[in-house]
Design a protein around this ligand. Structure first.
Ligand code: NAD
Length: 497
């Protein structure tokens, strides 16, 4: 059986594998590969390679760094179907969705191509007589990225292209559940001309992550994953002196006002709730209907759910694939059972799917709950599966209060034809990313992505300007060239004349 191993100093790590995990094809339920789990010593080897590569790379010209990114972008374009195939085989998402993921990752690489412009400082002449000041941004050093299973190509690409373009070297610890895409992309970056050691990939679990968090040579950590782990990463990393940005879980609400175009809202809710089997941090998991909106919306949702084609991601007719692992499937199914026991109305029950050829795959058909209340577990917990809950609220103000009382604040959307209501909503809602008649408002690469409250630990969001900021440190230089006119000792505080 194939073993996926680490990528250190520009090549696969060849030492014997001591600990390994299993990677599944979620459509068949079969083990497709083994993945090495890094020991602390193997993490140390990756960090040492990144540290050795740092001086040369940090001092390389902006033109060279941009050129590597341009070449990488071309290689990604040429290989994107192959990367998407890898994603489908390990994550389970359907081919079109996998390709969309790669395209969104490429957009971050395109952003990183602009590094000469992005990293520019400021200059002021004559801040005092004959004294000039300028600001520069410099790389922070060796940076680590720890990423989740749900976007195995895109989320790492939120991090390493920008970090590397800024002159840092990088150690990536991708999800152990779908590890192949990271190695493939590391190979492409080598082919694009990236020197060995600038990007390293270590696979594994908590052992690898803990070594990263404690390693004295790692200056900064970017994390994306669930909230309890994000909090742990932030607290442990910062207590070891590292700069940390840790993006956590989500419970995204979509408010539907009674004046909305219900057909449009129904289409949007179906795509946002069940796309990628609900395994998106920006998936809509709660529909907050105001007034009588639910009575009109629910029949439309049911009609659409029944037509959805669920099947292996490799099958071009499938619109929704399986969940990532059996453990995750069982957790999601258990939460649906819980919702029924707590008294929510399960109007579409996807718990017994009949998938031809996928009898052993990790499939669940879309589930739709009505009459969900804020005390229920299915409302409070992030489900991360194809389960949509409808919470009925009498007024707009009740909808806003509900959202504000939720611990998460990643994404939110409002559907309405009332421009005034939409404007009021985008202004007052306390959530990081807001959609107006857009169900999944993911910012483009040149804006920054991230939530508020329990969806983010740290101060900076990823990519865009905040990404460049996170991966660089500011410095201000004040200079005066010697001039005989200024001879003589002066103990006074400088007066700016
Ligand atoms: P996860 O938290 O289980 O794992 C994320 C990473 O942390 C993986 O690399 C994993 O190996 C590592 N990890 C897991 N347990 C650990 C532990 N005990 N100690 C140290 N490291 C550990 O998340 P997941 O299941 O892979 O991904 C789904 C979660 O990610 C969801 O909660 C989703 O909302 C979230 N997510 C958030 C965003 C965002 O932008 N906010 C984006 C994508 C996914």
């Amino acid at each position: 059986m194939r073993t996926i191993t680490h990528w250190i100093a520009g090549k696969p790590w060849e030492r014997p594998v001591e600990r390994a995990g299993e990677v599944f094809d979620p459509a068949t339920g079969k083990v497709s590969a083994k993945v090495a789990f890094a020991s602390p010593a193997e993490v140390d080897a990756a960090v040492a390679a990144a540290k050795a590569a740092l001086p040369g790379w940090a001092d390389s010209s902006l033109a060279r760094r941009a050129r590597v990114m341009f070449a990488y972008r071309e290689l990604l374009e040429q290989n994107k179907v192959e990367i998407a195939r890898l994603l489908t085989s390990e994550h389970g998402k359907v081919a079109s969705d996998a390709l969309g993921e790669v395209n969104r990752g490429i957009e971050v690489v395109e952003f990183a191509c602009g590094i000469p412009q992005l990293i520019k400082g400021e200059f002021s002449e004559n801040v005092s007589t004959d004294v000039d000041s300028y600001s520069i941004r410099q790389p922070v050093g060796v940076v680590a990225g720890i990423t989740p299973f749900n976007f195995p190509a895109m989320v790492p690409m939120w991090m390493y292209p920008i970090a590397i373009a800024c002159g840092n070297t990088f150690v990536l610890k991708p999800s152990e559940r779908d590890p192949s895409a990271s190695n493939f992309c590391a190979e492409l970056l080598r082919d694009a001309g990236l020197p060995e050691g600038v990007l390293n990939v270590v696979h594994g679990d908590k052992v690898a992550v803990d070594r990263i968090l404690h390693h004295p040579d790692i200056a900064a950590v970017s994390f994306v994953g669930s909230t309890p782990i994000a909090k742990y990463i932030y607290e442990t990393g910062t207590s070891h002196g590292k700069r940390v940005q840790a993006l956590g879980g989500a419970k995204n609400h979509m408010v539907v006002l009674p004046d909305a175009d219900m057909e449009l809202a129904a289409d949007a809710a179906i795509g946002a709730a069940y796309g990628s089997a609900g395994e998106r941090c920006m998936a809509i998991s709660v529909l907050v209907t105001v007034g009588d909106a639910a009575d009109r919306l629910i029949p439309m949702l049911r009609e659409r759910i029944r037509k959805l084609k669920v099947g292996p991601g490799q099958d071009p007719v499938s619109e929704m694939g399986p969940l990532v692992t059996k453990t995750h499937l069982e957790r999601v199914r258990g939460l649906v059972d819980h919702g029924v026991n707590e008294g929510a109305t399960l109007v579409e029950d996807g718990r017994n799917p009949k998938i031809q050829g996928g009898e052993h795959g990790f499939f669940l058909r879309p589930c739709l709950f009505d009459n969900v209340t804020p005390e229920m577990t299915i409302y409070k917990e992030e489900i991360f599966g194809p389960v949509l809950s409808v919470v009925r609220t009498p007024t707009y103000d009740d909808a806003v209060r509900l959202i504000h009382e939720n611990q998460y604040a990643n994404g939110v959307a409002i559907f309405t034809n009332d421009g005034g209501a939409a404007r009021k909503f985008q202004h007052e809602i306390r959530v990081g990313m807001v959609g107006v008649n857009v169900p999944i408002p993911v910012p483009m690469a040149y804006f920054s992505f991230g939530g508020w409250k329990a969806s983010l630990f740290g101060d900076t969001h990823v990519h865009g300007r905040e990404g460049v900021h996170f991966y660089t440190r500011g410095k201000v230089v004040t200079s005066r060239w010697p001039d005989p006119r200024f001879r003589g000792v002066d103990l006074g505080f400088p007066q700016n004349k």
